[in-house]
Design a protein. Structure first.
Length: 133
């Protein structure tokens, strides 16, 4: 029973952490896009910021994926949905990084980035409506 309580406590703490991390990453992405609109800023100059986004979304994905929720429960459903959301955000950040690395295919990567972000946002909205997030 103690292990279950400890697990639940840590898991809920990580969900609380993720809310702040998500807000910080969204702000960093907005800053990156604002900087991209500035005259004379090259894709090369933006790549380090994109790499940080990839690293942090990947880290958040790994952190929430690490929980081994074996029994069917509300926590298992929440973890499944959170990991799905984070996987989409991670993939989106990778597309952004690829868009900056290969300007000749930038539009293709940015279209996929947008699709993945929209899918993640829809999943997050669904989670909020059902009270899981």
């Amino acid at each position: 029973e103690f292990r279950r309580v400890l697990f639940r406590s840590r898991f809920l703490a990580d969900i609380a952490w993720l809310k702040g991390e998500e807000a910080a990453l969204n702000d960093q992405a907005k800053q990156l896009f604002a900087r991209a609109r500035e005259p004379g800023v090259s894709s090369e100059a933006l790549r380090p910021a994109a790499a940080v986004l990839v690293q942090r979304w990947s880290g958040a994905h790994e952190r929430l994926s690490a929980y081994q929720v074996t029994e069917p429960s509300k926590l298992a459903d929440i973890q499944h949905n959170m990991v799905g959301f984070l996987a989409l955000r991670k993939r989106a950040s990778l597309e952004l990084e690829q868009a900056l690395a290969d300007p000749s295919r930038s539009r293709e990567h940015m279209d996929e980035y947008t699709r993945l972000m929209n899918e993640a946002n829809a999943l997050a909205g669904q989670q909020r409506r059902t009270g899981e997030r």
